[in-house]
Design a protein around this ligand. Structure first.
Ligand SMILES: [Zn+2]
Length: 580
């Protein structure tokens, strides 16, 4: 027997053998058994996803001698002829080469006659969007009044090119790209059957390349089996298909995260000398970082459908210790430079430039981490306590490239701050020395019980400002409205910019900790948010005063000074919107 390519040899003959399109095959099976099949059906979707295969199975369903049935017998004359593509009553027409009006007129003429020996005359028109306007018009005439013995099954990759008049007379079924794991499974079954020695990782490379098309996957598999003998390795596949080894993508990301420039440059060099497509490598790197970010953000499984299961596990490990903002920064830089690399005469050097830039990017900090850092800076500046630890930050004057290591206090002179990635942000509580000193100067000789509510609050605020300048600043206009056994109620204005910042689990917990230490007992803190009496008339005034408040806020001042920046815009956000 002549050699049959896998795509033909393993072409599904029954609905339940079709991969990844159960939403369509189920509907069609129901339509056949309930006798509600439409006269014109349109199958649309990407190439190689099973449109004509499903059309043929459907033809067998209605023309099978034991039909109509959802499981054609595959034994009768009709079933066998359809499988061999030589059935007298089923016409497979290529729309691309029979796109003229004469072709459709001929079809209409022919359709008037009854089928030879089947219940239906079936026209399967592939690539139907290729028909000319006149041909579509001729087709419309027969679709408007189709003879009872005629069925039309259309297939197209571009349904948008089909006139609406035709579309409105068709029942439409949209085929999906087949999920990568389903393609791998299908190929694995075939390989077992054929005695081909190949593992899932290697099949994953082929499936990626097929981009959701079963037919493409099987054609590539054919090509590889023909070229390679014995056990098929990933290396053979990357060589034969000229694609990038997945391990290289993972290794590159690892090198970027680890600041390992040597490895990354040697990868570039290797790909270049092997004659690999560098722009393709870069595109895959972008895709990989996109997937890592999706995963880091707890992304939906659907958003990662192009990633095989075995890779997801490795990705989860790779992204474990990497912060979301850093990933975003990397992805952003890769995207920004993509166009430049595509345009460049030397893609390799352009790409290396991007990698140099990426190595210069420090892991970005989240807003919370930034606030903590500012607090720490101000604490350090106020108490002069920063020995005994490695420098948390290196400071350099804005606009100067060479970073010089400087002690923390020098940042008070108004220089820009650069956070060094090598050191994790230290928690304010992680400086026991400072804590000891501070607690003595406030509590020694102070009899808390003898203080009035106002005095207690003033002392507390002072302590909070020392421990966390950011929180202290937020409490500027607050009052202590209620103090019972272990409950403190803090009064703040609802319209104040501080409320959003204060009213988070994390900050309330921080306040409780500081106050608890001060009062030497555990306390619970609640906010007494006072509605201001503003109405529509004075809302503008309120907005203005809010902006002024923000502008004069000590924290804003400190941030501007610390980063040597300037205020570009002040936006008023709705209150109560912040959740942690
Ligand atoms: Zn049959």
């Amino acid at each position: 027997m002549a050699y049959l390519v896998f795509a033909r040899k393993y072409r599904p003959q029954q609905f339940d053998e079709v991969i990844g399109q159960s939403h369509i095959t189920r509907t069609l099976a129901n339509a056949v058994t309930s006798g509600r099949l439409a006269h014109a059906i349109l199958f649309s979707g990407p190439r190689g996803t099973g449109k004509t295969t499903v059309a043929r199975i459907l033809a067998k369903c209605v023309n099978c001698e034991s039909g109509p049935t959802e499981t054609p017998c595959d034994q009768c004359r009709s079933c066998r002829e359809i499988a061999m593509s030589n059935a007298v009553d089923v016409f497979e027409i290529d729309g691309a080469s029979n796109n003229r009006v004469e072709n459709v007129r001929e079809l209409r003429e022919n359709a008037r006659y009854m089928p030879a020996h089947s219940p239906y005359k079936i026209y399967i028109i592939d690539e139907v969007h290729m028909l000319s306007d006149a041909a579509f018009n001729a087709l419309l005439k027969i679709l408007e009044e189709p003879p009872a013995h005629v069925l039309f099954f259309f297939a197209t990759t571009e349904p948008n090119k089909i006139p609406i008049t035709i579309l409105s007379r068709c029942q439409r079924h949209d085929f999906r790209r087949v999920q990568i794991d389903a393609i791998i499974d299908h190929m694995a079954t075939i390989c077992r059957e054929e005695g081909i020695d190949i593992d899932r990782k290697a099949l994953g490379l082929i499936a990626r390349e097929a981009d959701g098309s079963i037919r493409d996957a099987l054609s590539l598999l054919d090509q590889i089996v023909t070229c390679a003998g014995g056990q098929i390795t990933e290396e053979q596949i990357t060589d034969i298909l000229g694609i990038i080894d997945r391990k290289i993508i993972f290794d590159s990301a690892e090198a970027l995260f680890g600041g390992d420039m040597e490895t990354l440059l040697s990868i570039c060099d290797r790909l270049y000398s092997q004659g690999r497509h560098l722009i393709r490598f870069y595109a895959e790197l972008i895709e990989h970082f996109r997937n890592l970010l999706v995963m880091k953000m707890g992304g939906a499984q659907k958003a990662l459908s192009g990633v095989p299961a075995h890779e997801k596990q490795v990705m989860a490990e790779q992204v474990g210790n990497i912060s979301e903002p850093w990933l975003t920064q990397i992805l952003n830089t890769l995207f920004e430079d993509e166009w430049r690399i595509r345009q460049s005469i030397s893609a390799r050097h352009a790409m290396e430039m991007t990698f140099f830039r990426l190595f210069q990017i420090r892991p970005a900090l989240s807003i919370d981490q930034l606030i903590e850092k500012i607090d720490l800076l101000r604490q350090g500046a106020a108490t002069g306590q920063h020995e005994g630890k490695p420098p948390e930050y290196t400071a350099r004057p804005a606009g100067e490239e060479a970073a010089s290591e400087k002690p923390v206090s020098e940042t008070e002179t108004g220089e820009a701050v650069v956070f060094d990635s090598k050191y994790e942000p230290a928690q304010p509580a992680g400086q026991p020395q400072a804590k000891e000193e501070q607690s003595s100067d406030l509590t020694q000789g102070t009899n808390i019980a003898a203080l009035s509510t106002q005095e207690t609050w003033d002392a507390l605020k002072k302590r909070i400002a020392q421990k966390s300048p950011a929180l202290g600043a937020c409490l500027g206009e607050s009052t202590l409205t209620e103090i019972t056994n272990d409950n403190l109620k803090i009064g703040v204005r609802a319209a104040g910019t501080n409320v959003n910042l204060l009213n988070s689990k994390k900050n309330i917990a921080a306040l409780e900790k500081i106050c608890g230490e001060f009062l030497e007992k555990s306390v619970r803190i609640s906010l007494d948010i006072k509605e201001t009496e503003n109405n529509h008339l004075n809302q503008k005034k309120e907005a203005r005063s809010l902006k002024e408040e923000a502008l004069n806020h000590p924290l804003v001042g400190a941030a501007v000074k610390t980063f040597n920046g300037k205020i570009v815009d002040i936006k008023i956000l709705p209150t109560g919107g912040r959740t942690q």
